[in-house]
Design a protein around this ligand. Structure first.
Ligand code: ASP
Length: 319
């Protein structure tokens, strides 16, 4: 039995989060939510749980929290519906599971985990993914469970512009100070467990005003989510199309594996060079097999938190 110091990091999305309009009470609500969720995952890791279990727990707690754009509180498509995506990957075995375009599975990350455990496929979409979740006894809900009024208003603001925006941009497209429930984000977690294994999980409602049927980077293994014990575990957030085009999560790991880059150098290259070169905005969280952490973004802010061993967690929003 190894005794590696465990590490957990979580994110609640990156984007246009204005320091100027974020009230103290609103910021505190985010810090509190991030802190309690990272504490729960940290406690699990300290009991010897796997990185896979810890990342799934963190992401399902983030899905349940309406402050974030995943599960309850997900953004709307152009047709005023919800389509949720999620993925999880085990760095020890390279086993992965993902679901896309679902609107009845209460906690999409649990369905992604069930796909991973089932092992026959990696990515299930739409009605087939929902049938799979039902067969596996997962909790199903009416699509209205995911809706919040703030999200609906966000769609109305954005729809008239013809743009497709990340949650944080949609929330920021108002001249009045942001309500705390308007600033939400894709969620994710990465962890290193006491056995030295890595895992990553990501879950999202996608982008506000997206076309029905659009699938982002989050459920695509190698784009928004990746984990490999030999290099790192990565969970991304931002303008999904660009993350898909640069294979962002995998590129971090590839730069380490093939080029000998440090985690910091690899995430910097992807977040500050490859993504901006094609107009990609957002960020990612990553942990490597030595326990180094990188929480990198090219936007004004990214909701994030991390904890190492039994140290007190650190939460942050802005640079
Ligand atoms: N990356 C997500 C997507 O494109 C959105 C986000 O991170 O806010 O679906």
């Amino acid at each position: 039995m190894k005794n590696v110091t465990p590490v957990i990091a979580i994110h609640g999305g990156a984007g246009t989060i204005s320091a100027a309009t974020t009230g103290a009470a609103q910021a505190q609500a985010y810090h509190d939510a991030l802190r309690s969720i990272v504490l729960a995952a940290q406690a699990l890791l300290r009991k010897g749980a796997s990185a896979l279990d810890a990342t799934c727990l963190a992401v399902e707690l983030l899905e349940d929290c309406p402050l974030f754009n995943a599960g309850h509180g997900s953004v709307f498509t152009h047709e005023e519906t919800h389509e949720l995506d999620a993925a999880v990957m085990d760095g020890a075995t390279l086993a992965a599971g993902a679901i896309a375009g679902v609107c009845h599975i209460r906690r999409p990350v649990r369905a992604a985990r069930a796909v991973l455990e089932d092992g026959a496929h990696v990515l299930l979409a739409g009605p087939g993914a929902e049938a799979f979740a039902r067969e596996h006894g997962l909790e199903m809900v009416e699509p209205s469970y995911f809706s919040t009024e703030a999200r609906r208003q966000q769609l109305y603001r954005v729809r008239g512009t013809g743009r497709v925006v990340t949650d944080h941009e949609g929330a920021a497209m108002t001249t009045t100070p942001l309500d705390e429930d308007k600033k939400l984000g894709t969620v994710g977690a990465v962890a290193l467990d006491m056995q030295g294994h890595l895992a990553a999980a990501t879950s999202t409602g996608g982008m506000t005003n997206k076309r029905v049927g659009r699938i982002g980077d989050s459920p695509l293994i190698g784009a928004g989510t990746y984990a490999d014990d030999r290099t790192a575990a990565v969970s991304c957030t931002g303008s999904g199309e660009m993350f898909i085009r640069v294979a962002a999560a995998y590129d971090v790991c590839a730069r380490m594996a093939y080029g000998g880059a440090t985690l910091e150098a690899a995430t910097h290259a992807v977040v500050q060079q490859s993504l901006p070169a094609i107009g990609g905005t957002g960020g990612l969280i990553a942990v490597d097999r030595h326990g180094n952490l990188s929480l990198a973004f090219n936007t004004e802010g990214m909701y994030r938190a991390h904890a190492r061993g039994d140290e007190s967690p650190v939460t942050a929003i802005f640079a």
